[in-house]
Design a protein around this ligand. Structure first.
Ligand code: NDP
Ligand code: ZN
Length: 190
């Protein structure tokens, strides 16, 4: 265990930390919808990412599951990393920061940096990124963003695959699931 983990070890029971992460993420995303045609509530996505991490990835680390539930709060709401440190500790906040794009950069630069940074992420952030991409590729197949052409969906699959190439070895079960959902999505677009 490193120094940051020790410093931030939550004193709250695991179940309380998880419930507080769900409650906080639901509040922060309360007015947001996913990009698919049915406009699912945004919170469905982080809940699914955490569930995929646990069910497919075999992850039982509650702080990592909390980070999964919170993973889009910094990128897509007014949440700051400092707020996450205060509420959930340094370790949870650190994992969320690792998987958050710098919104001051252009979309193209953010996409490029996700590929470049993938090999250098912590083991926890790699597992979370894998689960996030499994969910987004599943959505690209089953509930694609409104107005996305076939070419744009294929572009997304190519980009997500390039990010995941940099994470190989992190969690074989999640990697196998990613390969399967990409294959299904490509077949449907062929
Ligand atoms: P993104 O590629 O960032 O959109 C995909 C992201 O939206 C996902 O990673 C996911 O992120 C989130 N998301 C929300 N709802 C869904 C859903 N139903 N299915 C899948 N993902 C969902 O798109 P942007 O609009 O931000 O554009 C970014 C890039 O797209 C640009 O860099 C540009 O190069 C390219 N582009 C391509 C075009 C083309 O026609 N080829 C046209 C315009 C742009 P999360 O989990 O973080 O919420
Ligand atoms: Zn996400």
């Amino acid at each position: 265990m490193n120094g940051a983990s020790l410093a931030s070890a939550p004193t709250k029971p695991n179940v309380m930390l998880l419930l507080q992460a769900l409650d906080y993420a639901a509040q922060q995303h309360r007015d947001q919808r996913r990009k698919g045609a049915e406009g699912a509530p945004y919170i469905n996505h982080p809940v699914r990412v955490a569930t995929v991490l646990a069910e497919i990835g075999g992850i039982q680390d509650v702080e990592l599951l909390c980070a999964a539930i919170l993973h889009d709060t910094v990128e897509d709401t007014d949440t700051t990393p400092a707020e996450l440190v205060k509420r959930f500790g340094e370790r949870v906040a650190g994992i969320v920061s690792e998987v958050s794009d710098d919104k001051s950069l252009s979309k193209a630069e953010r996409k490029r940096l996700q590929i470049a940074h993938a090999p250098h992420l912590s083991a926890e952030a790699k597992a979370l990124k894998l689960a996030d991409k499994v969910c987004n590729v599943t959505d690209i197949h089953a509930s694609p963003p409104d107005g996305w052409s076939r070419e744009r969906r294929i572009e997304y699959l190519d980009w997500a695959s390039a990010v995941i190439e940099g994470l190989r070895g992190a969690n074989p079960a999640l990697e196998d699931r990613f390969d399967a959902v990409v294959r299904d999505a490509r077949n449907a677009l062929a």
